[in-house]
Design a protein. Structure first.
Length: 220
């Protein structure tokens, strides 16, 4: 439809019948056949092609209309076999998709008290270029056997139950007060002081001394 309809979509109604006909006669991988063949028991043909095939079938049976009618009844009786085959192909396709989906699932284990980030699916459509789709951190309050997890914000006033696949572990060097569940925010200067504090390692000591020499005001 996107290829046949113009930008203003004012000719949508004119192309709808052709689009539906193309969809019904197209080959479907899950079923192993087209929807038209599953309903009528044979592939779809153009009117001219259908006329020639009908003439060829009668000619093959020496223009015996009785044998042609019996052959048609046999084709109708085999329609159930086509439908059963389409059902089996659809089930095999679903199992294949399920195996592919299960391989991509990342197994994560969460415990009560862990800090996690929650995936905000709303930002998938309206996210900015540098806007993170993960919000939080949240605190895990309860883990259910069904895979659902009850989380709460750091202030403890917004409990909610979410799917375990929508959260991930929150890992940060920022110190956390576990008793009050409050994250202590630090400034960039404090972070540099924490990273480049005096150490006994000779290799890291040269880097620390160089940073202190270039930015002495940060360590006053």
């Amino acid at each position: 439809m996107q290829k046949t309809v113009n930008r203003s979509t004012n000719n949508l109604s004119k192309n709808l019948d052709d689009a539906l006909w193309a969809y019904r006669t197209a080959y479907k991988n899950p079923m192993g056949m087209s929807s038209y063949k599953m309903v009528n028991g044979k592939a779809c043909h153009l009117p001219l092609e259908l006329e020639h095939k009908a003439y060829w079938a009668i000619k093959e049976l020496n223009f015996n209309f009785k044998l042609a009618g019996e052959k048609r009844l046999f084709d109708i009786s085999s329609l159930d076999e086509w439908r059963i085959q389409a059902y089996e192909n659809a089930m095999l396709f679903k199992e294949k998709v399920k195996r592919w989906h299960d391989k991509r699932i990342q197994k994560r284990e969460f415990n009560v008290g862990d800090y996690v980030l929650l995936y905000n699916s709303r930002l998938r459509l309206f996210a900015g270029k540098l806007l993170s789709k993960w919000e939080g951190p949240y605190v895990v309050e309860e883990v259910y056997c069904s895979g659902a997890i009850k989380i709460n914000n750091t202030k403890g006033n917004y409990p909610r139950v979410v799917n375990g696949q929508r959260i991930k572990h929150y890992i940060s060097r920022t110190p956390i007060n576990v008793e009050s569940n409050i994250i202590k925010t630090i400034t960039p200067e404090e972070y540099l002081r924490y990273i480049y504090q005096p150490v006994s390692d000779s290799e890291n000591k040269e880097v620390c001394d160089l940073v202190r020499k270039e930015s002495p005001k940060l360590f006053q």
